[in-house]
Design a protein around this ligand. Structure first.
Ligand SMILES: C[S@@+](CC[C@H](N)C(=O)[O-])C[C@H]1O[C@@H](n2cnc3c(N)ncnc32)[C@H](O)[C@@H]1O
Length: 287
């Protein structure tokens, strides 16, 4: 199906409005490749007809299908390795101390003592990788009365398609081989045929919700760690600024923000300091 420059402009504005994705001039093929099957399935012979269909009436189901089709959901367990090493070696001991301090308060709050958020979690590998590290840390620190229940992990994404996959906790052999050691695959998964299903003890540590980062999300409450990796690269600077400002407001005073390897807050926000842990940049609120 041909995509004229006018159709491209209309569709990229529509996509930017619903999910923040900024599609650059040289990426018209993304719209063509990813939306053409949807347009045809809805009986449209041209992208103009498709645009008329989506702009004529509010069609939440169609909007959801467009989001599912246009987002890039690339992910893997322990993606890039080093952010998870930083989490294990640097952040988890700090969270352990936070947990002990918060439990020692005269009126400790009920529920998890520290909260983590995987924002733009795709099919769940990032949040489950964190859950595995937390379970291993808790097992090694029972003498401090630290347990998995002290950690709350929220994983969110805009795409209903990847979220429902994440919730099943089922992965293909290829997905398991990308990032998981044989030890962890055997320890945390059950294999049936070609499908690997995550253990309920890890699955139950993660709560999944559909959240659009370009809409207000302050109602999610406060967090001690926010992982938002390989999501902001798809946004323009004004959208990045709005998202980062909300992260700032939601992070606890000692909270840490981790972005993807090619992302940073420079030119976006001057309210964070960064420290290196190996190649990983950890952002904290400026004091
Ligand atoms: C490339 S994946 C990154 C997954 C994971 N964080 C990682 O680094 O492996 C980007 C994810 O961001 C999600 N995303 C894109 N726009 C979003 C938005 N406006 N709100 C929430 N999630 C969004 C996509 O659906 C996709 O699953």
């Amino acid at each position: 199906m041909k995509l004229s420059s006018q159709e491209f402009e209309l569709l990229r504005k529509y996509i930017h409005d619903i999910c923040g994705l900024a599609i650059s001039d040289n990426k018209a093929y993304l719209i063509r490749q990813r939306l053409e099957p949807l347009a045809m399935a809805h009986g449209c012979n041209t992208f103009s007809e498709f645009y008329q269909l989506i702009s004529r009436s509010s069609l939440p189901m169609l909007q959801e299908k467009i989001i599912n089709a246009i987002t890039t959901n690339e992910t893997s367990f322990f993606r890039d390795g080093h952010p998870f090493a930083a989490f294990e070696e640097h952040i988890l001991p700090k969270l352990g101390k936070m947990i002990c301090d918060r439990k020692a308060r005269p009126t400790p709050r009920k529920g998890p003592k520290v909260r983590l958020w995987s924002a733009g979690s795709s099919s769940g590998q990032e949040s489950y990788s964190l859950a595995m590290l937390i379970q291993e840390y808790a097992a090694a620190n029972r003498h401090l009365s630290i347990s998995e229940e002290d950690f709350g992990i929220l994983a969110t994404d805009i795409s209903s398609k990847v979220l429902s996959r994440a919730m099943t906790g089922e992965y293909s052999e290829a997905e398991i081989k990308r990032g998981l050691s044989p030890d962890r695959s055997a320890k945390y998964f059950k294999k049936a045929g070609q499908r690997w299903t995550i253990n309920s003890s890890i699955r139950s540590m993660v709560e999944f919700r559909q959240i659009n980062l370009v809409r207000p999300f302050g109602m999610l409450g406060g967090f001690d760690v926010i992982f938002c990796r390989n999501v902001l690269i798809y946004f323009d600077n004004s959208t990045k600024t709005r998202v980062i400002d909300q992260f700032f407001n939601m992070l606890s005073q000692e909270g840490i923000l981790i972005l993807g390897a090619t992302e940073n807050v420079y030119g976006i926000s001057d309210r964070f300091d960064s420290v290196h842990h190996g190649p990983t940049l950890l952002y904290r609120k400026c004091v």
